[in-house]
Design a protein around this ligand. Structure first.
Ligand SMILES: C[S@@+](CC[C@H](N)C(=O)[O-])C[C@H]1O[C@@H](n2cnc3c(N)ncnc32)[C@H](O)[C@@H]1O
Length: 238
């Protein structure tokens, strides 16, 4: 994955690189009954916020974060260095081998596609293993123009029924869904906005364009903050 330097600079030093909360991770562990000496992957772990939550909640487990971008691998590694049962490696989440009891993936499976990614991960799960992933979702009803504008670069977005159908075509059953909207998005965009403000003074043209793009994304979210959401889906091979 090659990204412009200005983009990598903006998305450095953040608590996380997409909306989500520790409570989402804990909800998934509870619903799936994941506990004890299990093996868990955080696929597309970014700077490791969820590796930290998984490592703290599962002290007997083996946790492995997998992330493509080296600077995020370094940030995540520093964050979990006090947890010997957690490690983070640079790698391609498309090529997971496992075997894992749980593959957790916050805001990253859409890089592979829900159906395509779940098919790839099937052989990386132990029998009875599960995947928990968050995916952009339309909440239904009349979608305001602001929601369509926010998701314009993700034309594959569907409502929850569409996600369940994509999960089924990968040969999985959807077990439960939690809608992630509001506060986790406000937290993520609040931190990103602060980072934009820090970088603006002295930014060159390339950096300014990246900062303006991110500021536009935040403004689009602000136009419909309760209707812009991820679905956190728990799924198991059927
Ligand atoms: C939106 S960010 C979410 C990061 C983190 N899960 C979080 O919620 O803070 C998606 C992450 O997936 C990573 N990613 C995308 N494709 C990947 C791949 N094929 N293998 C590993 N990581 C990948 C990106 O580099 C990015 O850090």
């Amino acid at each position: 994955m090659t990204l412009p330097a200005a983009f990598l600079t903006l998305y450095s030093g953040l608590d996380r690189e997409g909306p989500g909360e520790a409570a989402d991770v804990l909800w998934a562990l509870d619903r799936l009954g994941v506990a004890g000496p299990v093996s868990v992957c955080d696929a597309g772990c970014g700077s490791g916020a969820d590796c930290l939550t998984l490592g703290t909640a599962l002290p007997e487990a083996r946790i492995e974060g997998v992330e493509a971008l080296p600077h995020l691998v370094a940030e995540a590694g520093a964050r979990i260095s006090h947890l010997p049962h957690v490690r983070v490696r640079q790698g391609d989440m498309e090529a997971l081998t496992g075997p894992y009891d749980l593959i957790w993936s916050a805001g990253a499976l859409y890089f592979l596609g829900v159906t395509e990614g779940l098919r790839r991960w099937r052989d990386a799960l132990v029998p009875g293993g599960a995947v928990a992933f968050s995916e952009p979702v339309l909440l239904g009803g009349a979608e305001p123009e602001a929601v369509r504008a926010f998701w314009q670069d993700y034309p594959r977005i569907t409502d929850i029924g569409g996600i369940v159908a994509r999960v089924a075509s990968a040969g999985y059953r959807s077990l439960d869904v939690r809608i992630v909207s509001g506060a986790p998005w406000a937290g993520y965009y609040g931190a990103l906005e602060a980072r934009i403000a820090t970088l603006r003074p002295g930014a060159d043209a390339e950096m300014m364009a990246v900062l303006d793009g991110a500021a536009r994304e935040i403004a689009l979210w602000r136009a419909a903050p309760e209707q812009i959401a991820y679905a956190l889906v728990l799924a198991r091979p059927s």
